[in-house]
Write a protein that binds this ligand. Sequence first.
Ligand code: COA
Length: 323
Amino acid sequence: MNYARVIGTGSYLPQKILTNTELVEMVDTTEEWIESRTGIRERRIAASDERTSDLAEHASRRALDIAGITPQELDLIVVATTTPDHVFPSVACLLQDRLGIHNGGPAFDVQAVCAGFVYAIDVANRFFRTGASQKALVVGAETFSRIINWTDRNTCILFGDGAGAVVLEAAPEPGIISTHLHADGKYHELLNVPAGVSANYEQVLKGEAYTQMQGSEVFKWAVKALGDIVDETLAANNLGKSDIDWLIPHQANIRIINATAKKLSMAMDQVIVTVDRHGNTSAASIPLAFDEAVRDGRIQRGQTVIMEGFGGGFTWGSILLKY
Ligand code: COA
């Protein structure tokens, strides 16, 4: 059986920075409230003509550069996104075309909101384990700013746009050691955009398909689910907390990140944090943080990394990998 290993990472952030100072001019909030409750100081916002596929393409090209392979060598593209350019085709197909791959392998999107990247890696990993893929591109890309009500202080302070990508290659040893996914649709009303193609389409037409959230309920659930998934991941691999070199959490709120780090008995200098500068970029947050820490030399070859994500649905999961 083949394993998958990471041979390249890349990421991309739109140029426009939206600071807490600017948000104070837009909604009834304070810089102190946002930073102390969330850890966020600023986030990036895509330009009006910049689409999720654009962000995905930039991140992907950077990951392919590091991997040292051409797009034509890819036999699988999986994009995690909740903010695709179109209803269809998928961002993955648009990306495949942009990369100049024709008559290629499968390309499709995975939608699991902020757990999307974890889900996408799990799916891609299964292609490797069965021998169906030798080289794959897995991307998390979002223009979440498009589904935010910029007059709702409960949500608009939290989210941002961006993309991150990894290139995976078949290898005789992991690589990706294990993946763990969960969902519980009972909680769909706590965090959602309650409009789409087959429900409340008129809200979409009016440009009012917005994220709504019961923040403190989501917070409690996220802390519990992420603590449990860490336990599950360690137990499944017969590992102790000290076997983990790095935690790359979904970047939703520094207080949620702190709680998971505490659960793992990890010092914060073993935790990759970007939430202060990126906000919550949904499916892009984990690969963005991963790429940053690989490029600045913190994460080294041979080290053991746990990634964990939580999102609307609810969906949650983890990835254990040796970089
Ligand atoms: N500025 C000032 N006050 C705000 C505010 C803002 N931007 N947003 C909410 N408030 C107010 C609320 O209206 C509430 O006021 P009230 O007590 O008069 O009703 C008060 O602050 C406290 O709200 P609460 O929801 O209890 O705050 P909190 O400490 O839970 O922090 C979140 C709010 C949203 C930051 C936090 O709950 C959170 O991060 N939740 C998880 C969100 C998340 O990660 N979602 C994505 C998951 S992938």
